[in-house]
Design a protein around this ligand. Structure first.
Ligand code: HEC
Length: 455
């Protein structure tokens, strides 16, 4: 994955800021979403196992809803998981080029884990459909009283399906967890330039305190987005309020949100305390403070929802929590931006040098000549301002072009016969940009000469 750093080109400071912004936006989509998927699939898996053991239809319904909501369609996976996850790798590559930091490799492998994990979990979700189909088929067979061989066939499929979901569920969850850990490490290391050299292996990563803090912050955010997500997307939107499974889901949602809201302040404070010297900045503290206040506000809405069961409270809690998470992620990106600004300046100097080299090799450097340079090199042999030479003096011919620069430029680019007392002017073969700058120079010069003459 390090090769990505080699194809990235040094960028200007503006471009660099844009990359940090893109990384921030990508993580605002990626982290809450992946957290929601992870949390709800772990729950779904747990309920599904319970459903099988106890033959419990209600638990099965809960398990199904928990898997269905975050993994609704493939495009949801693509736009909320895969694309922002991939764009993070490229941002890291762009920010960390020509450093020994291993964040790019970490996020690259993290991405692979997340992508495969999501794919497995999607097939986990699909097994619910197969299960539903098989059981309705079984009921159909029962009503037709045709048991025997066919029913045995169904049992075989059912066993296979169980195996599939157990496997894809387990591996999917593990891969997602590993992926989240690798991304956490990539974030933590990027924000700490003094670790770029030291932390050069997975062992170093596992020993890094700030990596683990980051990981716990992201896990706590996952618990929160799962809790609030379940309350908002499943419980508050459901019309059938009597359903027992809904009460159970509400309990889960509230429990997860509460855990998150209790753990987050602690992990966030630990995170701020572990910020590297290079990354410390005033706005970092203020953003963390605002984030904390919003988490409390989310807790307030949660409490309101618990008491009144108004859908609006669930929605408010969800969005406030999301906002708090985004502010926290902004603080993180600010971290990265502050910590790497020295490196950004190095890259930008490199960028300017590359640009110069490129200009020289393409021969476009001439554009940087001034109008005066061009006049001296290309026109002064035949033209003076106040005296006749081979061509007429500019003080005579230029005033008519006053305010009509484009006409003058087109004459310079393509001279036509004007005054019979002079020979025709040969084409000087200038580029449009050059003709433009020499035209401006002559107009300016003539105007100033004339105004002096008036005085
Ligand atoms: C080899 C000599 C020569 C060179 C070099 C030359 N000119 Fe001229 N230029 C002339 C002559 C001769 C005329 C008169 C042509 C006519 O009236 O038909 C003229 C006319 C002009 C006019 C007057 C046009 C008009 O509308 O009356 C302008 C403006 C002018 N040149 C600009 C330039 C600029 C700008 C350059 C340099 C990029 C340049 N010239 C280079 C010989 C030259």
């Amino acid at each position: 994955m390090e090769f990505l750093k080699d194809i990235a080109l040094p960028q200007s400071i503006e471009h660099y800021k844009l990359v940090v912004l893109i990384a921030a936006i990508s993580s605002m989509i990626f982290l809450p979403y992946i957290g929601f998927v992870l949390g709800s699939i772990i729950l779904s898996f747990r309920y599904r196992i319970q459903a099988r053991k106890e033959n419990n239809v209600q638990a099965l319904a809960i398990a199904y809803q928990l898997a269905e909501v975050p993994l609704k369609t493939k495009s949801v996976l693509l736009f909320l998981g895969i694309i922002p996850g991939a764009s993070l790798i490229f941002s890291f590559a762009q920010i960390l080029q020509s450093t020994p930091a291993i964040s790019v490799t970490l996020s690259g492998f993290g991405f692979l884990c997340v992508a495969i994990g999501l794919w497995l979990l999607y097939s986990y979700k699909q097994t619910f459909r197969i299960q539903g189909f098989l059981s309705s088929y079984r009921t159909l067979l029962k009503t037709q009283k045709e048991k025997g061989e066919t029913a045995a066939g169904i049992e075989h499929y059912e066993a296979e399906n169980t195996q599939t979901y157990a496997r894809s569920g387990t591996y999917g969850i593990i891969l997602l967890l590993v992926g989240i850990f690798l991304y956490s490490a990539a974030f933590a290391l990027t924000a700490n330039p003094s670790s770029w050299q030291e932390t050069d292996s997975i062992f170093g990563v596992l020993m890094s305190f700030s990596v683990w803090i980051k990981f716990f912050v992201i896990l706590a955010l996952s618990a929160g987005s799962t809790g609030f997500g379940v309350l908002y997307f499943i419980v508050s939107k459901s019309t059938n309020e009597q359903e027992a499974s809904l009460a159970a889901l509400k309990k889960i949602g509230v429990r997860f949100s509460v855990i998150a809201l209790l753990v987050l302040p602690i992990t966030l404070l630990a995170q701020v305390a572990s910020v590297s010297d290079e990354a410390i900045s005033g706005p970092l503290y203020s953003l963390t403070g605002v984030g904390l206040v919003l988490f409390f506000l989310a807790a307030h809405f949660l409490y309101g929802y618990q008491r009144s069961a108004h859908g609006q409270s669930a929605a408010a809690g969800f969005f406030v929590f999301l906002l708090a998470a985004c502010i926290n992620i902004t603080a993180d990106s600010l971290d990265i931006g502050t910590a790497t600004r020295g490196h950004a300046a190095v890259l930008s100097a490199q960028h300017e040098k590359n640009l110069e080299d490129l200009k020289t090799s393409l021969g476009v450097n001439i554009v940087t000549f001034t109008g005066e340079d061009i006049y001296n090199a290309k026109c002064s042999a035949c033209h003076l301002f106040d005296q006749k030479k081979v061509g007429p003096p500019y003080l005579e011919t230029i005033p008519k072009y006053e305010g009509k620069k484009s006409e003058l430029v087109s004459f310079i680019l393509n001279p036509v016969k004007k005054d019979p007392t002079y020979p025709p002017m040969p084409n000087q073969g200038l580029r449009p940009a050059e003709a433009d700058s020499v035209g401006s120079y002559i107009l300016r010069r003539v105007a100033s000469l004339l105004s002096k003459a008036v005085k």
